[in-house]
Design a protein around this ligand. Structure first.
Ligand code: 13P
Length: 246
């Protein structure tokens, strides 16, 4: 089993003063038993990198453009994230897919750009509540996985996060049985497509992961860590999840 990864997605939260939370996580976990990444808004990446310099905590963006540079007002390229100090980037988050109309093709182009810039892509898949009720969960996540990932992925450049849309921000995570079912399918699909190269690709669960449910989620087969939203904003909450991972 790969070393677990606990990633915090700060979404559109975080000002200069909140860097102290990240620093507190680093100070409380000088030698963690898992990899840790914090993904602040783009405005904080450079300062977050400086804050966490010398620690084992990585820094990630939350999106990037597929192009390297050019006339794309308001966008940020993978190389810019890397230049600001990021080593990871979340791509295809459901909030990007729904609010910005990102398609699997768009996400795949961004993953290729991230890889070219030397970033590890955390690629999100997950069904909506309506898709789950219609019995389409496996079909949807399998399609998103197949079409959002380019050829040639491995554990160094790719992480996959299963985030059921209906569980995000709801306070209630998916059941352990539902997580186990989807993660087994994702693991099987990765192995079929990438063979031995897929072994190191970590499968994170995301959607209302909290200190209270983290240990149970980490114990599920084929769960290699978590992508944490709300609970990653405080050092105490994120730290408790990190402790549960290792
Ligand atoms: P919450 O942990 O707040 O449910 O968010 C999950 C998420 O979307 C992480 O990317």
């Amino acid at each position: 089993m790969p070393r677990p990864l606990v990633a915090g997605n700060w979404k559109m939260n975080g000002l200069n003063r909140d860097l102290t939370e990240a620093r507190a996580v680093a100070d409380a976990h000088p030698a963690p038993n898992c990899d840790i990444v914090i993904c602040p808004p783009a405005t904080l990446i450079s300062r977050m990198s400086a804050t966490l310099e010398g620690t084992s905590i990585g820094v990630g963006g939350q999106d990037c453009h597929h192009a390297g540079s050019g006339a794309h007002t308001g966008d940020v390229s993978a190389e810019m994230l890397r230049d600001a100090g990021a080593d990871h980037v979340i791509l295809g988050h459901s909030e990007r897919r729904s609010a910005h109309g990102e398609t699997d093709d768009d996400v795949r182009g961004k993953v290729e750009a991230a890889r070219a810039a030397g970033l590890t892509a955390i690629v999100c898949v997950g069904e909506t509540g309506a898709e789950r009720e219609a019995g389409r969960t496996i079909e949807v996540v399998a399609r998103q996985l197949a079409e959002s990932l380019p050829d040639g992925c491995d554990g160094l450049d790719t992480v996959v996060a299963y985030e059921p849309v209906w569980a995000i921000g709801s306070g209630g995570a998916a059941s352990e049985a539902d997580i186990a079912e989807v993660h087994a399918v994702l693991r099987g699909a990765l192995t079929e497509r990438y063979g031995a190269d897929a072994e190191g690709v970590r499968l994170l669960y995301g959607g209302s992961v909290k200190p209270e449910n983290a240990a149970g989620i980490f114990a599920i087969e084929h769960v290699d860590g978590a992508l944490v939203g709300g609970a990653s904003l405080s050092a105490s909450g994120f730290g408790a999840i990190i402790s549960a991972a290792g």
